[in-house]
Design a protein. Structure first.
Ligand SMILES: [Zn+2]
Ligand SMILES: [Zn+2]
Length: 295
């Protein structure tokens, strides 16, 4: 039976723009004013930023540097586990019924992200059964949330991601700072392949998974052609392909990798494959899943 792949990295053209979807200002509980925050991200060389204060859409500061593209948004916070709404024009009512919130965000448009699943004692901000019970109308989850570095739980949630993906939930993985103080600046970001620097292009790229999450590893090439994938890292040194239920199917040192996916998986029949590229220290990059089926 021939292998069929559904990859977000097919026929890509454009530039990989770097951005953070999740940052707070003094309009909620962040340390910096909106003007200060956008200047700091512009100085760090970011291409785009979404200010996502708690339950309110903070207006773009009038003095924002032109180099930084601003996405509007907010973090739906009160009454339940947190949900990011990127591209929000108005804040969705924070109903304790999170399924309803997801429906409302889907109706409003924009990107819907379930935040920091492994935050809190017992790694339980989003208990797995609750996560799996949500309507499948969200775009993805935070597989990395920087503020949890200094809080209880784990900043990483690739374990939760594999559990969702293995149950057939199609969710992209995003990495965000969740900036509150200066410690949180620049720990995790997303690179989105965009044809222009328009807000709409960034939102579409995030929605279609034409992006990868990073805590320091940058890729100079990421593309699939047919059933082959090619990855070139600027600074990574180990590539790990991962399939259903978090199974690693190899560890490949180097800087550049090209895999024929069918050959790589051998006689396994996974429903997805994703790639982690690891570098020095905590620096990593995570590709989105590529969905596999046989026809
Ligand atoms: Zn939160
Ligand atoms: Zn937050």
């Amino acid at each position: 039976m021939p292998l069929r792949i559904e990859s977000p990295y097919e026929n890509l053209s454009g530039r990989w723009l770097r951005g953070n979807m999740h940052a707070h200002t003094t309009c909620s509980d962040g340390a910096r004013s909106p003007s200060e925050l956008v200047s700091v991200y512009a100085e760090m060389g970011y291409d785009w930023l979404c200010i996502s204060d708690h339950d309110l859409v903070t207006p773009a500061p009038p003095d924002a540097p032109e180099a930084l593209i601003l996405l509007s948004g907010n973090e739906i916070t009160a009454n339940g586990p947190h949900i990011l709404h990127v591209g929000a024009e108005v804040a969705v009512e924070p109903s304790p019924d999170r399924a309803k919130v997801i429906e409302e965000v889907a109706k409003a448009g924009g990107i819907c992200v379930l935040n920091h699943p492994n935050w809190e004692k017992h790694f339980s901000h989003w208990p797995q059964d609750k996560l799996e019970a949500m309507p499948r109308k969200y775009d993805g989850i935070e597989i990395f949330n920087g503020i949890v570095i200094r809080h209880e739980g784990s900043p990483l949630a690739t374990d939760r991601w594999d559990r969702l993906l293995s149950k057939g939930v199609r969710a992209w993985g995003y990495a965000n700072d969740d900036t509150h103080s200066d410690f949180d600046l620049g720990n995790g970001w997303n690179r989105v392949c965009c044809r222009s620097r328009k807000v709409e292009d960034i939102l579409v790229g995030l929605k279609q998974g034409r992006c990868y999450a990073s805590t320091g590893v940058e890729l100079s090439s990421l593309e699939t052609v047919g059933t082959r994938i090619r990855i070139i890292a600027r600074n990574g040194s180990l590539c790990i392909p991962v399939v259903d239920w978090g199974v690693e199917i190899g560890r490949f040192p180097g800087r550049a990798w090209e895999f024929e996916i069918e050959k790589l998986i051998g006689d396994r029949r996974p429903s997805y494959i994703r790639f982690e590229i690891h570098g020095d220290g905590v620096a990593s990059a995570w590709t989105q899943p590529i969905y596999l089926s046989w026809t």
